[in-house]
Write a protein of this length. Structure first.
Length: 274
């Protein structure tokens, strides 16, 4: 029984390819690639001779049986065009199918655009929310922004060059003028990191033609920015929650996050109103 390896590949600079990744690709009985032409260049560079098959968005279901059959005889490597497979690239269904068929699935860690951009953004990295590509339609994009506007986590999105200005405009109108890092062409010749306010980023990328693939890292909603409930509003919800049978500890934890009040203050109000 073979192992399905999810092999991360460079997002630009071929020097980021790990020795282990090269070895796994050389030993695989089959490499499943998002684009065989693109991956073929990578394999030629590292002198990898393993058989190659396509596995992309429009054939990923039809290719499952072939890949599972290959796993019976040996290890299979899944690669995307760049970065880590299954992160905004095909892979999820294959991982599910392999696990359901009793095969082991293991990662070969390496480059990842969202994580790379986050770590150098200058924004908090202890908790973040990654949401992939923003919707194409402006109305859908603004709706998505509105949905997550109150989240305190650092937000990460991918965006294409011909939509990045419109996306920044919608981010500014729905999330406000937050801190942002716009990462472009990471690890490549024209690598660029723009850090500042959303309005500044919008002005900057309006003034020059955006090129390359973009990763947007946006500040979450700061605690002091969140609307603080009045004591009357908090007491009303406390009384309702007390009737639900929850413990004072459970209620204080939930309402502290929602109301902006300190957990100890909420706990004290709960005990006063039992």
């Amino acid at each position: 029984m073979g192992i399905l390896y999810l092999v991360a590949t460079p997002i630009g600079n071929l020097e980021d390819m790990s020795p282990r990744a090269v070895r796994i690709l050389r030993e695989a009985v089959l490499i499943a690639a998002e684009d065989t032409r693109h991956t073929g260049i990578l394999l030629k560079h590292f002198d990898v001779q393993s058989p190659l098959t396509s596995y992309f968005e429009h054939n990923k279901i039809n290719k499952l049986d072939r890949i599972l059959e290959a796993l019976i005889s040996g290890d299979v490597a899944l690669v995307s065009d760049a970065g880590t497979p299954a992160i905004n690239d095909p892979g999820y269904e294959l991982v599910q199918a392999a696990l359901a068929s009793g095969f082991d699935v293991r990662p070969v860690p390496g480059p990842s655009a969202p994580i790379s951009a986050l770590t150098v953004s200058g924004l908090p990295t202890d908790s973040f929310l990654y949401l992939g590509y923003l919707p194409h339609k402006a109305s859908d994009r603004r709706a998505r922004m509105t949905e997550i506007s109150q989240q305190p986590y650092t937000l990460i999105f991918l965006e294409s060059p011909h939509r990045v200005v419109d996306a920044l405009d919608d981010i500014l109108s729905t999330l406000g003028n937050r801190r942002i890092c716009v990462a472009r062409e990471m690890t490549k010749m024209y690598e660029e990191f723009w850090r500042g306010s959303t309005s500044g980023a919008l002005d900057y990328f309006k003034s020059k033609e955006p090129r390359g693939e973009f990763t947007l890292v946006i500040e979450g909603k700061m605690k002091e920015e969140r609307s603080l409930w009045t004591e009357d509003e908090l007491l009303k919800v406390i009384k309702s929650e007390l009737n639900s049978g929850k413990s004072a500890k459970e209620i204080s934890s939930e309402l502290a996050e929602q109301s902006g009040w300190n957990k100890k203050e909420v706990y004290a109000l709960i005990n006063q109103n039992k």
